[in-house]
Structure formats: C-alpha cells, structure tokens
Design a binder for this molecule. Structure first.
Ligand SMILES: NC(=O)c1ccc[n+]([C@@H]2O[C@H](COP(=O)([O-])OP(=O)(O)OC[C@H]3O[C@@H](n4cnc5c(N)ncnc54)[C@H](O)[C@@H]3O)[C@@H](O)[C@H]2O)c1
Length: 249
C-alpha cells in the first residue's frame, strides 16, 4: 500500500454499512491515507474479508451487528474510545431500499424497518459519536442520503421519506455543533453500481442519467473523502449531489 497519501495518518473513522458498495469503497480510500478504521456491518463474511484485505497496514476494528440496535451502536463507540482514544470521522451509510409499491400497499413492518435502518440509526450513531468527537475538539460526519433525499420518485415512499429525513437531520445537527468544530454534511448519489440496486433493470436506469452511465462506489468515496478532509473545513450542513445530472432534469 502506498505511503504517499497520508493525510488521514493516525486519525480514526467509523463507517456503517462498510462491508459492501459505497461504505467499502470509502473504507479502502481512507485506509490508503493512513486512517484507522472501525467498520460496522450486518454481513460478517464480507466484513471479515475486508478486514483481511486492509490489515495489517491499517489498524482495524470490525463490529458485526445491526445499526438499528442503540445498545450495539453505544458499545461500538465505547470500544472506539477505549481502543483508539479518538473519533475524527463518521460515515453513517448503512441503508436499505424499499420495494416498489404505492403507500397503500406498504406493510407497517416494512415501513418501520426502512425508517429504523435509514434514519433512526443516524440518531443512535450521531448521539454517541458526537460526544467522542467533542473530547478531541472536533470532527466531521457524512450522512448517506440519496438524490431521493431531495426529489421524489414513484412507488418508493418509504425510501424517499427516510432519505429526506437524512437531509433535514443533517442540517439540524450541523447547526447544533457548528461552533464546536464538528461538521455534518449529506451526500446524495444517483444510481450507483452496487449490490443494493442489483435487482433493478440497469438499461432503464442508465437512460435516466444524462452522462449515460451509472456511478461507481469509488466516485462517491472520492466525494466523501473530500468532505472529511481539511479542504472542506468551511463546509457544513450542505447537500452534495453526485448523480450524473439525473436530478437537474
Ligand atoms: N447504490 C445506489 O444506487 C445508492 C444511491 C443513493 C444512495 N445510496 C445509499 O448508499 C448507502 C450504501 O448503499 P450501497 O449502494 O453501498 O449498498 P450495499 O447494499 O452495497 O451496502 C450496504 C451495506 O449496509 C449493510 N447494512 C444494511 N442494513 C444494515 C443494518 N441494519 N445494520 C448494519 N449494516 C447494514 C449491508 O449489509 C451492506 O453491506 C445506503 O444508505 C443507500 O441508501 C445508494
């Protein structure tokens, strides 16, 4: 691994949904820059694989569990405090889609699960992450929304609602801590080639992106990396769209 890019040397990042797709791409990019990682995901197999790929060059803790469990998140952040003694960055990224149907057909349990994973988990995460960041005099948080956190689409009420909530929560929390050197921003991807959208017809999706293709997880990781970096130190409470022009039409 290259030692040339070490701008995050000895800093610590917590990433949820780290075992796949966008979260994994961010973990790899941060590791390349010397960042120490706490990776959280439901999928133990993929998480262990990524740990093997990145260690021993990168100091890593992995936690297999569900971000909808507040006591799990509390334990994860406590362990970061004990073992790393600091938390500089958090990518709150674990998320699920909702099945394509109108709101009259969405079961209550399905609705609640989407809200639990996509929005309530961000309360648990930031509730515990911020006090650890305060001990260090600052930090940066990126919450993973979607372009569907800024615009609507047909038959995705649960997902669209949850991602709009991420947008609003990010603005509110950014204001709460702006004077404490904790920056909080949201990222809003169009369709990105990850397992999350494997079930959706790609040809139909591609035509909706003016650039003529879907995005890659690495492209989103580059944006997240910028928002964590000191280059972005005047940026807080902002919504960063990365969608190949989809949502400007
Ligand atoms: N792929 C896209 O087109 C796209 C577009 C806009 C926004 N997003 C958002 O990006 C984020 C990451 O998506 P991705 O495309 O990388 O998907 P992905 O399915 O490749 O990765 C998501 C990861 O989150 C984990 N996860 C899901 N629920 C969890 C839970 N309850 N607890 C812990 N881990 C959990 C999964 O195991 C998986 O490893 C999501 O919030 C998603 O809504 C994705």
């Amino acid at each position: 691994m290259s030692n040339m890019h070490n701008s995050f040397q000895d800093r610590v990042a917590m990433i949820t949904g780290a075992a796949s797709g966008i979260g994994k791409a961010v973990a790899i990019k941060m590791a390349e820059q010397g960042c120490q990682l706490c990776l959280v995901d439901l999928n133990r197999e993929l998480l262990t694989e990524l740990e093997k790929q990145l260690s021993p060059q990168t100091k890593i803790m992995i936690f297999c569990g569900d971000v909808t469990e507040p006591t799990f998140i509390q334990t994860v952040v406590e362990q970061i405090g004990k073992q790393f003694g600091r938390l500089d960055f958090a990518l709150n990224n674990a998320g699920i889609t909702s099945a394509a149907k109108g709101i009259a057909d969405i079961e209550l349990a399905e609705w609640q699960r989407v809200m639990d994973v996509n929005i309530n988990s961000l309360y648990y995460c930031m509730h515990y992450q911020i006090p650890l960041m305060q001990q260090l005099n600052g930090g940066a948080i990126v919450n993973m929304s979607s372009m569907l956190g800024l615009i609507g689409t047909k038959n995705r009420a649960a997902y669209v609602t949850s991602k709009h909530a991420v947008t609003g929560m990010t603005k509110a929390v950014a204001l709460d801590y702006a004077d404490q050197n904790i920056r909080v921003n949201s990222v809003h991807p169009g369709y990105i080639e990850t397992p999350l959208i494997a079930h959706i017809d790609h040809e139909a999706l591609i035509t909706k992106h003016p650039v003529g293709r879907l995005g890659t997880a690495e492209e989103v990781a580059a944006l997240v990396n910028f928002l964590f970096s000191d280059e972005a130190k005047f940026i807080t409470g902002s919504q960063y769209v990365i969608d190949g022009g989809y949502s400007i039409q």
